[in-house]
Design a protein around this ligand. Sequence first.
Ligand SMILES: C[C@](O)(CO)[C@H](O)COP(=O)(O)OP(=O)(O)OC[C@H]1O[C@@H](n2ccc(N)nc2=O)[C@H](O)[C@@H]1O
Ligand SMILES: Nc1ncnc2c1ncn2[C@@H]1O[C@H](COP(=O)(O)OP(=O)(O)OP(=O)(O)O)[C@@H](O)[C@H]1O
Length: 295
Amino acid sequence: MRSLHDCPAPAKLNLFLHVVGRRADGYHLLQSVFQLVDRADTLHFDLRDDELIVRTTEVPGVPADQDLIVRALRLLQAEYARRHGRLPPGIDVAVEKILPMGGGLGGGSSDAATALMAANRLWQAGLSQQELMDLGLPLGADIPFFLFGETAFAEGVGERLLPVRGPDCWYVIIEPGVAVPTPAIFSAPDLTRDTGRVIISDFSSSYEVSGKHRGFGKNDLQDVAERLFPPVAQAVEWLGRHGDARMTGSGACVFCAFSSEREADQVVALVPGTWRAWKAHSLSRHPMKSLLQNQ
Ligand SMILES: C[C@](O)(CO)[C@H](O)COP(=O)(O)OP(=O)(O)OC[C@H]1O[C@@H](n2ccc(N)nc2=O)[C@H](O)[C@@H]1O
Ligand SMILES: Nc1ncnc2c1ncn2[C@@H]1O[C@H](COP(=O)(O)OP(=O)(O)OP(=O)(O)O)[C@@H](O)[C@H]1O
């Protein structure tokens, strides 16, 4: 096989996100439930006749050498060389980006995870899911989740993952039009860093008992993001009129769950024209898994 085209890199939502502590290196210890949704960037991969990793499309604001896709592919290429004593062929990668950067949807991490899954297959590199997760973690805290590829309860910095049943529902997502840099949120002095730990069954039973509309817990990064980026606060306030609206990740995007597509459509139609908004359905499994199974 020399090509893998139309590979999806879906967005994630953090249904809740608690900061429960801090590691000695400054990284924050989190508890979160990660949910995949069916809106995705699309990536295309073609093996080359040389050993270069080449991004063939422009991504505004992201030079190719800094792109998480290119960095992830180079890491896997080096790991292959370590195991097999020779470099595998290079790859041309084309990216169709629709997920906003600095949106809290994990777009860059998802692109990198899809690239690792695709290249592992194209090169027949044979790394296990856990080996790919370990390889990706230093590039971005969300990469292990996308490789894990199922709704997950996450601990640590996001690398300790347990499968969990998420709500089967529609989400309305608002892009408030600002890019939030993750470090700006985690370095804020007033960030809540001591939320009490929850146990996984608290989350599962909350969705079973109280239905889909009242989310579990909260996003501890939201207060800081709302203060530093007022459009986030405005989007939370507006969407909050229709349900339990909250921010995903370190922002900026804001989401709210609905049980029917019709309700989601109605709310999307009402969103003020200054914001981009869309609906998405929850996904229980990463679409790359089916795509690779059917190859
Ligand atoms: C907040 C989340 O979106 C939740 O899904 C992610 O944990 C953020 O993941 P990410 O955007 O991939 O972030 P990274 O590139 O790994 O980290 C960016 C910076 O944010 C801070 N950071 C990030 C994650 C974390 N658990 N604690 C931190 O303190 C660190 O200063 C780090 O240098
Ligand atoms: N392929 C990529 N797509 C998007 N951003 C990338 C990519 N490669 C590197 N980046 C860099 O990563 C930064 C964060 O982008 P990303 O879309 O992952 O943010 P995010 O959705 O806020 O992520 P998170 O939820 O993990 O905080 C961008 O501002 C950009 O500089």
